[in-house]
Design a protein around this ligand. Sequence first.
Ligand SMILES: C[S@@+](CC[C@H](N)C(=O)[O-])C[C@H]1O[C@@H](n2cnc3c(N)ncnc32)[C@H](O)[C@@H]1O
Length: 398
Amino acid sequence: MEKRVEKLDDFGRGIIRIDNKVCFVKNALKDEVVDVQVTSNKKNFMTGSLSKIIKESPERITPKCKYYDMCGGCNLSHMTFNEENNFKVEKVKNIFKKFAGLNIDINKINYKDEYNYRNKIVLRVKDNKLCLLEENSNNTTNIDECLLVNDKINEVIIKLKEVVKDENEIDKIMIRYSNYSNDVMIKVDGKVKNIDSFKNICSSLIINNKVISNEFLICSILDKKFYVSSESFFQVNYDVVDMLYKKIIDFVKENKSKKVLDLYCGVGSIGICISDYVDKVFGVEVVEDAIKSANKNKELNNVDNINFKCGKVEDVINKDNVGYDTIIVDPPRSGVDKKAIGVLNNSNANLIIYVSCDPITLARDVKLLSNYQVKEVELFNMFPRTYHCESVCILERR
Ligand SMILES: C[S@@+](CC[C@H](N)C(=O)[O-])C[C@H]1O[C@@H](n2cnc3c(N)ncnc32)[C@H](O)[C@@H]1O
């Protein structure tokens, strides 16, 4: 069956129509003419796999990764990087239209390296081999490198491959790389036979939440340094996070912000990076470990105009404590809690800077923040070769 691919869905799958029903086809590109084998036929949609490309898109390239077909971690690798960036801009625009009823302009998508950008990877160990969990499944793919991660992490993976040959009861290994010290942290979940073999290949080792050596890694963003523990969230792409934080600083300066709320603050990185330009910052974060790091980071950077509180944003903020002129939110994929949205919507802030790793929850929340209007949306391709995209949405009080 010869079909033309109309467009891509939010996951980068090609959309064709069969008997007026939408069919999602993995790895198909816009405007390609394809032959498809239907793999499932549900009430409202079908899925299919590419049997043959009859007319190929000029944006099609051969994926660099040898595990591309199995793992799914870099599932946009079959399109040029330029096309990927265009796809992300269109995707976010469509999502704003669909979920917020807004036609927005996106002037810019910021990006740096296509590959070797990630500073963190989580590997599984199965049958004494290192694996990645396949997308949306419990299946694993054995790997001996990952093109998305930093070279230093790949060097560690080569060494770890040997180490796990003698280990039978390890489930998971997290590796994190520091751009400040060039050091590596390893966190192991499971029972370790030979601790020294891990100790020898990293500067910070944590086994089942027990610190064996060095609890923290020091990483940097712009001109600041941050202690990062194994349990704390830290942005995965050092180059792009510099661009993102620079943008936040520009807005804070332009707005002449004085009192800033940094919600979902993690290890305090946004608050500390803007602290030179404002009078006061208050950060809120639920993970105790991250708040511990945030307080150490305040000292590490000699910052005295920032305070942190550990707790859920929705429990900490209320109408009595939102006397801030600028509110920065950087929630997880699930977005901002409904109760917190209500407080933000009725706050005195003239500016909300919403940093988001999921455009759908961003658009949903923007719609709920009805006392604010979108001033600007800029994208940051923090996760090249994947369908994920980071956005910054600047909202002004109406
Ligand atoms: C996307 S990260 C952003 C962290 C930080 N702003 C940064 O740039 O590194 C989201 C953070 O929100 C925290 N978090 C999740 N749910 C929360 C809640 N209900 N209240 C407070 N913090 C929460 C997570 O632990 C995580 O550190």
